[in-house]
Design a protein around this ligand. Structure first.
Ligand code: SF4
Length: 380
């Protein structure tokens, strides 16, 4: 089946058959991960109200489908924050170029490479969270289990059509024959697999993600909605820059459905100018100001889809109904509030990962596994 991405970026190439084939291959260890926005929309495919959180049933259904491990892209969202906040602090302390632009939306990255090839030094070099999780699965986790990375298949369940293209980017491969992520399916494709397997989704008992790449904080789940990446980054960057505890973790000015949101956030005696943008038309106008030297922002989040990933092209169809997007966003913020830990640097599995394997955030091994490069797609 072919479905059209609402941003016009790509069409959806069906990869469900590839997932069934991997699951039926006795020589493959098949790992699945799910993005933050999937858990607040998947239930709509099974007749539940928009805004119903189905995290536990989703995990249970993935185990029934036969995946060997069920990991959470939210773990890697916490990791992204560690790396991106460290990169921001590094640029601030060493006079690096600002604004820093977030880099977890592949439709936005592709747009940027085509339209603004002269500004490729300003996006963060962080891979997107599902690529980070794929990279760690085939390095850190493969080593932990003593498995050859080539016998691991990583499947990402994403709200996004553009992630299918992203997973195939050569800039993100670990080597010529080892990709971070092997197959990407959308929320709708996962729903189809659950139906094809005759699983009664609404009767499933809740289950938990596997440890350690399934551990996450509230900061990670808000990646799924516009403003969430920067709110999560600020929760960590504030404590990195001040050495003090951030008491109020909600940054209300970054929330809501306005196409361009702005805020000035004072941290350690400096006013940081922040922008949150969704929709590529809005992004273009801000980037043209940066190109003209007229922007004073320090950091900008950009997402291609309306509302961010909750409104992604791989989600259950919402036909532009903003009420549905608002319900999904409210569910994301409920998940955040319900988490005992709400700052990425407090994720104990992340702390252990740096201590036992990665070394320093934004350090040498982190760069090898978790960062990427960009390619100008037209002549400057
Ligand atoms: Fe994909 Fe849209 Fe999210 Fe970008 S905003 S990562 S295109 S779902």
């Amino acid at each position: 089946c072919l479905a059209v991405c609402p941003t016009g970026a790509l069409t959806e190439v069906d990869q469900v058959d590839k997932v069934w084939k991997a699951l039926n291959d006795p020589n493959q260890f098949v790992v699945v991960q799910t993005a933050p926005a999937v858990r607040v929309a998947l239930g709509e495919e099974f007749g539940l109200e928009s805004g119903t959180v189905v995290t536990g049933k989703m995990v249970a259904s993935l185990r029934r489908l036969g995946f060997d491990r069920v990991f959470d892209t939210d773990f890697a969202a916490d990791l992204t924050i560690m790396e991106e906040a460290s990169e921001l602090v590094h640029r601030i302390k060493h006079g690096g170029r600002l604004p820093l632009l977030t880099s977890c939306c592949p439709a936005w990255v592709k747009f940027f490479e085509h339209q603004f090839p002269d500004l490729l030094d300003i996006p963060s070099t962080c891979k997107s969270p599902h690529q980070m999780l794929g990279s760690l699965t085939k390095s850190y986790y493969a080593k932990t289990l003593g498995i050859d990375p080539k016998s691991i298949t990583v499947v990402s369940v994403m709200p996004c059509v553009a992630k299918k293209y992203e997973a195939a980017r050569p800039e993100l491969a670990q080597s010529a024959d080892t990709a971070d992520v092997d197959i990407v399916i959308t929320t709708r494709e996962l729903a189809r697999m659950i139906r094809e397997a005759s699983i009664h989704f609404d009767h499933l008992k809740d289950q938990e993600f596997d440890y350690p790449l399934g551990e996450s904080t509230g900061a990670a789940v808000i990646f799924g909605t516009t403003g969430g990446v920067l709110e999560a980054a600020l929760r960590t960057a504030y404590e990195m820059l001040t050495g003090e505890t951030l008491e109020k973790v909600e940054f209300e000015a970054l929330r809501g459905m306005n196409g361009i949101k702005e805020a000035v956030i004072p941290i350690a005696g400096h006013d940081y100018r922040i922008a949150v943008i969704h929709g590529l038309g809005n992004a273009r106008s801000v980037l043209e100001k940066i190109r003209a030297g007229e922007s004073t922002y320090d950091v900008i989040e950009i997402m291609a889809c309306p509302g961010g990933c909750i409104g992604g092209g791989g989600q259950p169809y919402h036909h532009g109904n903003m009420e549905i997007l608002k319900h999904r966003a409210a569910a994301i913020y409920r998940e955040d509030r319900a988490k005992p830990l709400r700052k990425s640097h407090e994720n104990l599995a992340i702390v252990a990962l740096y201590k036992d394997y990665l070394g320093d955030p934004y350090g040498e091994r982190a760069h090898q596994l978790l960062h990427t490069t960009y390619t100008p797609r037209r002549k400057i």
